[in-house]
Design a protein around this ligand. Structure first.
Ligand code: NOJ
Length: 568
């Protein structure tokens, strides 16, 4: 299907029917190993999540998305899955999963699980079988094995570079090489093999039958590949247009996979949902978000934008247009498990940008490398801007994806000793990127860290070290403090439920290039002052502010919500 076909697709649901829940949900991402540890082994687990069901309910979210909780050797934080239809024994059992699901469903919270279809773990039974079975075997056909180049095939088949650094190929004992676009321990699956396709349908049914409400699809744009010989070089791959025919990414034929998945989703009542993690050209996002495919796709534009009115406005305009093209709703993300937390990003100087406008280097990476020393982090400014950006985002039409700990205004942790780091990026990038551990440090629930309580995370310490300042950001420190970040999120999410309305917005001119103001169809207005000069607000029906108004004016780096009259 081409972009033009997608643009002409009918809207996904008739106006008269109530909109499906996922269209404008607040979805809270849990990184299970770092949320709450019930059994005191230093690793978060499913009973830990169950024990916080009331917390999640009181926060006011509509759904949780669980990053992988499957058996895994943790070569990539669980995105190396050894068994797609089970729970890592360190995190619990399938019975614990059912209990968690029940606790969340009982509280009206839906559950989305992560599916990782591009690659398995090297510990997966299939890969172990492929190693044992040898060249030419049907077991190797589930993955991408090739002979090497050079004398005796001792060199990788191509010069391709993996996402975490180093070659994309790894040699096995009998001399063949297998493809891994991510870590060595994450062999890419062969999506031309019908057995691979059938197995993922079984996995989707397995979790749907257990009652999960939806799926987040990891690297959804990379499953299908054209590996016709001769294979291109990395330079040739880089030079090829990403127009649906690229050998490696965002191929048109990946949508045949998702059309099959859609049939599975729609065989349930209510239909199961899916959201694509697809790093593709903007114009091609609607293909993933199409109702015939996954139904919704992430947009990471806010996450890459500076705290800047012009950039935010462009991101919103572009993505609402894309959502209209697919008939889906837009998604918004400020933080997740792969990036420096937004309270920290906004307290650092703005990143240099490449000629496509994207940050030339991951924002905050240099600060992390310096151990959090340079450039100097302006914590209060970062938190002020983060609060303003969050209220701006939560007012937008569509779904907001929140990352655990952002409700606490938590900063990235830079002070992790090399010996404690876990991210493959750190091990493979020769020190140029310390990776993503700093946003994955276990959450602080209590103010104190006495006797290994890990700030209330669990009684057995914390698998990534928590800094002393974590206590100040803990749930206990913030609960009931009306000025805290946690209470701001609680108020915003609860108000958002009552204010949610048709998926439109109208921009209201402000006469200022650093102030954005938009109105939703029920009169709910969101005003964000990205600058430092106060902005006079001409209405008195203030619902919520990220900073106190001063004599009717909105201070700098702040958002206010005004009026609105409930669901329309
Ligand atoms: C995207 C995930 O968000 C990231 O954490 C992971 O490392 C890669 N996909 C590979 O699975």
């Amino acid at each position: 299907m081409s972009i033009v076909d997608v643009a002409q697709a009918p809207a996904q649901h008739p106006i008269s029917e109530p909109a499906p829940w996922w269209r404008q949900a607040a979805v809270y991402q849990i990184y299970p190993r770092s949320f709450s540890d019930a059994n005191g082994d230093g690793l978060g687990d499913l009973p830990g999540i169950t024990s916080k069901a009331d917390y999640l309910h009181d926060l006011g979210i509509d759904a949780v998305w669980l990053s992988p909780f499957y058996p895994s050797a943790l070569a990539d934080g669980g995105y190396d899955v050894a068994d797609y239809r089970n729970v890592d024994p360190r995190l619990g059992t399938l019975t614990d999963f059912d209990a968690m699901l029940d606790a969340l469903h009982t509280r009206g919270i839906r559950v989305v699980v992560d599916i990782v279809p591009n690659h398995t773990s090297d510990q997966h039974a299939w890969f172990q079988e492929a190693l044992a079975s040898g060249r030419g075997s049907s077991a190797r056909e589930r993955y991408i094995f090739r002979e090497g180049s050079g004398p005796d095939g001792a060199l990788p088949p191509t010069d391709w570079v993996a996402a975490f650094g180093g070659s994309s190929w790894e040699r096995v004992a009998d001399g063949q090489w297998y493809l891994h676009n991510f870590a060595i321990e994450q062999p890419d699956l062969n999506w031309s093999n019908p057995e691979v396709r059938a197995d993922f349908l079984t996995t989707l049914r397995f979790w749907s039958d257990r009652g999960v409400d939806g799926f987040r699809i990891d690297v959804a744009h990379m499953l299908t590949k054209d590996l016709t010989e001769p294979l291109p070089s990395q330079a040739q791959l880089d030079a090829l247009p990403r127009d649906g025919r690229h050998p490696m990414v965002d191929r048109d034929d990946v949508h045949e996979v998702y059309a099959e998945w859609r049939q599975v989703f729609n065989s349930y009542d209510p239909p199961r949902t899916a959201v694509a993690e697809a790093w593709v050209d903007k114009a091609r996002v609607p293909l993933y978000a199409s109702p015939d495919g996954l139904g919704q796709a992430f947009n990471f534009d806010l996450l890459e934008a500076d705290f800047d009115a012009g950039q935010f406005e462009t991101v919103v305009r572009d993505n609402l247009t894309l959502a209209e093209m697919s008939g889906s709703s837009s998604t918004w993300v400020l933080s997740n498990h792969d990036v420096v937390r937004h309270a920290t990003r906004y307290g650092l100087p703005q990143p240099a940008r490449d000629d496509t406008g994207r940050p030339a280097r991951k924002h905050g990476a240099d600060w992390v490398i310096s151990g959090g020393v340079t450039p100097v982090l302006d914590r209060p400014a970062g938190e002020r801007r983060a609060r303003a950006a969050t209220l701006f985002m939560l007012g937008l039409p569509g779904s907001s994806y929140l990352y655990q700990g952002e409700e606490l205004g938590l900063h990235e942790v830079a002070e992790i000793p090399a010996g404690d780091r876990q991210d493959p990026t750190f091990f493979r990038s020769a020190g140029t990127d310390l990776g993503r551990d700093g946003c994955r440090v276990p959450l602080p629930w209590e103010t104190g860290n006495d006797g290994g309580s890990a700030f209330g995370f669990g009684t057995g310490g914390s698998h990534l070290p928590q800094p002393a300042w974590f206590g100040d950001y803990s749930v206990a420190a913030q609960s009931t403090d009306p000025l805290s970040s946690l209470e701001l999120y609680r108020s915003a999410l609860s108000l958002r439920r009552t204010l949610q309305t048709g998926e439109h917005l109208e921009w209201i001119p402000t006469g200022r290039s650093d102030v954005l103001r938009y109105r939703r169809p029920n009169g709910w207005e969101i005003v964000t002052n990205f600058g430092t000069e106060p902005y006079a607000v001409d209405r008195s029906d203030v619902l919520l502010t990220s900073r106190e108004l001063e004599a009717g004016t909105l201070p700098g780096e702040a958002t206010v919500w005004l009026g609105g009259h409930g669901m329309e």
